[in-house]
Design a protein around this ligand. Structure first.
Ligand code: AKB
Length: 340
């Protein structure tokens, strides 16, 4: 019997999903170890049982954590996103692929120590898809998990490969060794663009939506880097975190795949700007497309087919586009930016 404390590990805890996820896991009574390459934010630290500042490329550091804690689940959120990855593709590859491999190794070690599988939750992305421009994405409509897997960004390639690595560790790891162990219970969601009232993402290409909102709430002008008519699937952060927790707790026998699309609404950038304008009438949002970032968005699907997630783990978003703004984002950002 191990004397180690059982815990859940969250990498990338400072990121936009990390904040909400750490809080929700703690509220469920989990002991959460929050790991990030930067000092853990105060808002996240209060919910974590322990924090660790470190690089996921440092396997020694991960091993030391594995000696201290018995991880029953790993939520591996740390990644370099799509825009940043196009400036530093090799660094993105190291963080997104070698980092993921390190976490999968940690999961194998943890499973061996505890004598039971370790759940591995991996946020993948609509960036795993690759469509050849506006006409192709219109023709493709709501894409299914198996189709159009020709990512054009380093980040998209890394996420798709991360899904394959997870599938390998779950079903085929060391298949020629004497004793085969299927010890990593890998589960992945391809997230759409996410919008949070509490955090502003950095380094992504779907960032124009949250950036527009937070700029308006701060009374700042915003130049949107995509065209007004471009459409992309988005989701409110609470629904994204719910989906991850639902997938994590779903009985293994209900899951027919290691990867799931989820979606909620797919507005154009102009529709998002108009909604923001209804709540912040003095918002100054202009469209100044950067054709290269526009092309990245246009390689992603206009919408996704998430029927598999709805069927297998009961995914059902609470927030449609209007409710996302009226019930969640607008009250949240007003609270955040109103001086006491
Ligand atoms: C990005 O824009 O890179 C991410 C994503 C869509 O996964 N938000």
């Amino acid at each position: 019997m191990s004397s180690r404390q059982s815990a859940v590990l969250v990498t990338g805890a400072n990121g936009e999903i990390g904040h909400s996820l750490v809080r929700r896991l703690a509220a469920q009574g989990e002991r959460v170890v929050a790991l990030d390459v930067r000092e853990i934010d105060a808002a996240c630290r209060v919910h974590a049982s322990a924090t660790q500042v470190g690089d996921i490329l440092d396997f020694g550091m991960l091993q030391r954590l594995g000696v201290q804690y018995e991880f029953g689940a790993i939520f591996h959120l740390a990644a370099l996103l799509s825009t940043r990855g196009e400036f530093q593709p090799e660094l993105a590859h190291r963080v997104n692929v070698e980092g993921t491999l390190n976490l999968l190794r940690l999961a194998v070690d943890a499973a061996e120590t505890r004598g039971a599988p370790v759940k591995f939750l991996f946020p993948s992305s609509i960036a795993a898809y690759g469509l050849k421009g506006a006409a192709a994405r219109r023709a493709a409509g709501r894409v299914r998990e198996e189709d159009h897997l020709q990512p054009e960004t380093m980040y998209g390639c890394n996420k798709l490969y991360g899904e394959h690595l997870g599938r390998y560790y779950m079903h085929h790891y060391k298949r020629l060794a004497a004793a085969q162990a299927h010890v990593v219970d890998f589960r992945s969601i391809r997230f759409p663009g996410l919008i949070s009232a509490d955090t502003v993402p950095s380094g992504g290409t779907s960032d124009y939506a949250p950036e527009m909102l937070h700029a308006a709430a701060r009374g700042e002008e915003y130049n949107c880097f995509v065209r007004e008519d471009v459409r992309l699937p988005f989701m409110a952060m609470p629904d994204a975190v719910d989906a991850m927790l639902q997938l994590a707790s779903a009985p293994a026998e209900n899951l027919t795949s290691h990867v799931y699309n989820i979606g909620a609404f797919a507005p154009s950038a102009g529709e998002i700007a108009r909604l923001i304008g209804e709540h912040f009438p003095s918002a100054r949002i202009h469209f100044a497309p950067d054709e290269r970032r526009q092309a990245i968005v246009e390689s992603w699907p206009e919408d996704v087919d998430d029927s598999r997630a709805r069927r297998d783990f009961g995914f059902a978003p609470r927030f449609d586009l209007v409710r996302t703004f009226t019930d969640y984002l607008i009250p949240g950002v007003k609270r955040r930016y109103t001086k006491p």
